[in-house]
Design a binder for this molecule. Sequence first.
Ligand SMILES: *Cc1c(COP(=O)(O)O)cnc(C)c1O
Length: 225
Amino acid sequence: MTDIAANLAVLRARIAAAALAAGRRSEDVALVAVSKTHDAAAIAAAIAAGQRRFGENRMQEALAKYPALKARRPDLELHLIGPLQTNKVKEAVALFDVIETLDRPKLAEALLRERARQQRLPALFIQVNTGEEPQKAGVLPEVADGFIAQCRGLGLVIAGLMCIPPVDEAPAQHFALLREIARRNGISGLSMGMSADFEIAIRFGATHIRVGTAIFGARAPDPGA
Ligand SMILES: *Cc1c(COP(=O)(O)O)cnc(C)c1O
């Protein structure tokens, strides 16, 4: 049995140390606990240990795990960190507090329509495919400025940028690129860094780190991956 409370305590200490080393305040680094594949008991253990911000990458799984929990615990903040299909926008807008994976005009337009219907809209991060990997979601770096402008032109507020660096490359150059795109567009949020590299991400200005394994333990292999 993974000791989630102990893992969280260790993680918080590492975040504080990384922030200190970077001359930043640890309060400015938000921890998104990635609970994908983990059950209600694991999430409850994290909540009991004081964690309030969670991330899921699949709509189906998030819809199975979170609506009842969020109804009981309005202080939870739920982030969508995986791809969003336009036919799931209605449910995503109703459930999530932050959508980190906006990456195409059609999705921006669907979000606008849903905002009008539900009179609510999660905070939006644009996913940037910094490694230009064909299989990965996100806008390419060279069209990021244009897409950000397009979203703003439609009336959307862009709270941040998000990236998932290629597994086989040093993450620092990707974090630096994301930071630069955010800087020149006047965007304050930077979601970058996972279990293996969050300390580097904090050094490069991450405002949100997305950590699963270091909190909940190893995941079973993903049959859909
Ligand atoms: C699974 C996942 C994470 C967390 O990864 P860990 O290595 O388990 O910390 C972060 N971001 C995204 C987009 C993910 O899908």
